[in-house]
Design a protein around this ligand. Structure first.
Ligand code: FA5
Length: 347
């Protein structure tokens, strides 16, 4: 029950009581309750003002002024208490959520390039220094370009060297090697001289073994001009092998067979582990095979638009995964695409 107030003494008592209670308000909620009890529309001060009608007319002005002064001073006291309370809340939060900005930050885990990317960049950089430009060719090929234009008509027995992934579209396959890129480059650049490397993924429907994957990268090389000779191929391969494997490497060419080169070669480097004396890596031969190569077959030159009586060319194809395995002693080619961080972190 709100006491009836209508004298100056009552106002004084009211003020004292309100201020005492205000000092005890320690939450926003308590403050709001106090505000409506004293300063609200139904609050004690409103009621005190309403009592003015019961006073003699002579006392009314002084009483009215006193009520208004009290209202103002209580409002100010309320504002002060409210901001003090808010400051306390902020101070408490700052203390409990304090950040030590001098602490060292969390070490972000560093990404790195995949070993396949690293080796690919290294190989391409070596050929770039020798003046080879990079040309990207398609991974989804047609049978015509992957085989026929490379001198392997349908039913040619050499097609068995490249077990193929076929698509549901007749004649559309996943390229089994980067060599069809030779045809694309020649048709694009004919009759200009050519010196390009073609990096990219190849696919073979093969048994997966520690040395053979069904998807692997190759780098194709192609040079075409009016005076390109076998000695240019040999010099290019030797320069490449010495840059990648070191000055002491010997390079050996063995006669081989590819339908799209004549003559065809396979290229070995002296074993990286035993230096040629014989060990388990080189199967006691002293040599490691690194690529296939040869002089571009006249049929292929013609299919690319070049007249083989005026133009000649050399080509080679190497496998970066096999080379990485040799250089770093990787025992199993499946590690490359296994996403095993323990393997990837070693590079
Ligand atoms: C070819 O693919 C020929 N196109 C290379 C060529 C190009 C010869 C131009 C002449 C002129 P071959 O099948 O040998 O040849 O593959 C070349 C290289 O690819 C191999 O030396 C090897 O390093 C890599 N390679 C082949 N098959 C696989 C496989 N299943 N997994 C990983 N690497 C492979």
């Amino acid at each position: 029950m709100v006491p009836a107030i209508c004298t100056m003494d009552d106002l004084q008592a009211l003020e004292q009581r309100a201020l005492d209670e205000l000092a005890g308000c320690q939450s926003e909620e308590a403050l709001r309750a106090w505000n409506s009890r004293y300063l609200g529309r139904q609050g004690e001060l409103t009621l005190a003002l309403k009592k003015i009608g019961s006073l003699p007319a002579s006392q009314r002005p002084a009483y009215g002024q006193a009520v208004n002064r009290l209202k103002e001073s209580l409002q100010q006291a309320y504002n002060r208490q409210q901001s003090a309370l808010r400051e306390q809340v902020i101070a408490r939060r700052l203390a409990s959520e304090a950040l030590d900005v001098t602490l060292p930050g969390r070490q972000p885990s560093r990404g790195r390039l995949h070993p396949a990317t690293q080796m690919m960049r290294e190989i391409l950089a070596i050929f770039a220094e020798m003046g080879f430009q990079i040309f990207h060719s398609r991974e989804v090929e047609d049978d015509l370009t992957n085989f026929e234009l490379l001198n392997m008509p349908p039913h040619h027995p050499a097609r068995d060297l490249w077990d193929t992934f076929y698509t549901t579209r007749p004649g559309i396959i996943l390229r089994t090697h980067t060599s069809p890129g030779q045809i694309h480059v020649m048709r694009r650049l004919c009759p200009q001289p050519i010196r390009v490397v073609l990096p990219g993924m190849c696919y073979r429907y093969e048994q997966i073994t520690p040395r053979s994957e069904i998807m692997f990268q190759q780098v194709e090389g192609l040079a075409v001009g009016t005076r390109v000779r076998l000695t240019d191929l040999v010099g290019t391969i030797q320069a490449f092998a010495r840059r990648l494997f070191g000055r002491d490497r010997q390079v050996r060419l063995r006669s081989s067979y590819f339908p799209f080169t004549e003559p065809s070669l396979e290229v070995d480097v002296s074993c990286l582990v035993c230096g040629g004396r014989g060990c388990s890596l080189c199967k006691h031969t002293g040599w490691l095979e690194i690529m296939g190569a040869g002089m571009v077959h006249p049929v292929v030159l013609r299919n690319g638009g070049y007249d083989p009586s005026r133009f000649s060319g050399f080509a080679f194809g190497l496998g970066p995964q096999r080379i990485t395995m040799l250089l770093y002693g990787v025992p199993d080619i499946r590690l490359f695409w296994s996403n095993d961080l323990r393997f990837l972190r070693q590079f």
